[in-house]
Write a protein that binds this ligand. Structure first.
Ligand SMILES: Cc1cc2nc3c(=O)[nH]c(=O)nc-3n(C[C@H](O)[C@H](O)[C@H](O)COP(=O)(O)OP(=O)(O)OC[C@H]3O[C@@H](n4cnc5c(N)ncnc54)[C@H](O)[C@@H]3O)c2cc1C
Length: 366
């Protein structure tokens, strides 16, 4: 019997397992795929601090700090880290709010008008009246490579990583007695449910409903003939980061309802690719060619805030869910904070606002 069992090896599960493993704890991590078969491997790989609230900015900054420490001096290609820094292109009035937020959160930034920005980033088009906010600490990553790297780090710190399918939770009153997997029954004192948009399925088998809905989000990779930085175009609504082999990865702010996370995998709606190309051409000078596209599930809570903490009604079951399109940005710091809290340490992030108990008034019987 292990002390900790982490179900799901996406960014949330790996981050939690790494924190536990680095503290010398006895941890098993289970995923049905080798490289993580969920949302993380299908994400666009943008990790920026340019978010909408001070707290979100602090969480993303903490995630970046943790990743920087983990990535250490490893070569860029072996860690999946492909770029640093981020631009937000906005109308002047919106840029004032961005300025205030970043200032209050203590993040170093600069703001440039369209003439200054055109000089600094000649591969991009800017219009009169637009303001560019530039931050330096942000990361662009190839998510599959990053997952592989984190998984290797987890093994190095002693996490027992197994490729099993989780089938159901074996309950005894308010306790998860065992977890039935394709590799047999696993038992642990504490269980972390980190199966992202698939959490819902395993919980519903245990008679519990978690209030998230699942949407299908696309991402696209374009080959571009110029070197462009990572940016969000808040005027026309698209986001991009540089990838391997002079590509840009990202898309428009598109999504469609889905329900079943397995059905969110695969190809995106072709209309989204066409629109993403149009949006990219509005900003990037030079040739642009679609070379790949994919889709994945995002889980969305009713109040849009992450769900992190002990599940009501279970004494040894903790969950991380509802990371929406921000799992790389927020999931690292939130998962590590949960691991810290469960180990009895002072968590880096105060998790109280994200507790699943905020939904206690809802009927959560599946
Ligand atoms: C197209 C797209 C673009 C995105 N872009 C970004 C971005 O640029 N930046 C950002 O921060 N976020 C982005 N996101 C959001 C981000 O990907 C998610 O928030 C994050 O990956 C969620 O991580 P997770 O660990 O909770 O879930 P997941 O990564 O889904 O991990 C769950 C794991 O559980 C495993 N699993 C599922 N069922 C079982 C089972 N029965 N048994 C065993 N294992 C199982 C899966 O294989 C998977 O590895 C994007 C998402 C999508 C879909």
């Amino acid at each position: 019997m292990a002390r900790y069992l982490v179900l799901g090896g996406g960014i949330a599960g790996l981050s939690a397992a790494l924190r536990l493993g680095m503290a010398g704890e006895d941890v098993i991590l289970v995923d049905r795929m080798d490289r993580g078969g969920g949302a993380t491997s299908r994400s666009a790989g943008v990790i920026t601090v340019q978010l909408e609230s001070e707290e979100e900015i602090r969480i993303a900054a903490k995630s970046i700090e943790i990743l920087e420490e983990l990535l250490g001096d490893g070569g860029r290609e072996s860690t999946g880290l492909v770029s640093r820094g981020f631009l937000s292109i906005e109308d002047e009035e919106d840029s004032e709010e961005t300025r205030e937020l970043l200032r209050r959160a203590g993040v170093r930034f600069e703001q440039l008008n369209h003439v200054e920005a055109s000089r600094r980033w000649p591969s991009l088009r800017f219009q009169e009246g637009e303001v560019v906010t530039h931050t330096w600490i942000d990361m662009g990553v190839e998510p599959g490579t990053l997952l592989e790297f984190l998984r290797e780090r987890a093994v190095e710190v002693g996490v027992d990583v197994r490729r099993y399918e989780v089938l159901y939770l074996g309950l005894e009153k308010n306790h998860v007695e065992f977890v039935k997997t394709s590799g047999g029954e696993l038992r642990a004192d504490v269980i972390f449910l980190c199966m992202g948009p698939w959490n819902q399925r395993i919980l519903s088998k245990a008679g519990v409903r978690i209030p998230v809905w699942v949407i299908k989000c696309p991402a696209h990779r374009f080959r571009v003939s110029v070197d462009a930085p990572a940016f969000a175009d808040e005027v026309h609504q698209s986001y991009w980061r540089p990838g391997f082999d002079r590509t840009l990865v990202g898309g428009g702010y598109h999504a469609e309802p889905c329900g079943n996370p397995d059905e969110c995998l695969g190809r995106p709606n072709p209309e989204f690719g066409k629109d993403a190309e149009r949006l990219l051409r509005l900003r990037v000078k030079g040739e642009v060619e679609l070379v790949d596209e994919w889709a994945g599930p995002c889980s969305i809570p009713p109040d849009f805030e992450p769900i992190v903490g002990r599940l009501e009604g279970f004494e040894n079951l903790y969950i991380i869910d509802g990371l929406r399109g921000y799992g790389l940005m927020k999931g690292v710091a939130l998962a590590q904070s949960l691991a810290e809290e469960v180990m009895g340490l002072n968590p880096s992030i105060n998790l109280e606002p994200y507790s699943p108990s905020r939904f206690a008034a809802l009927d959560l019987k599946a």
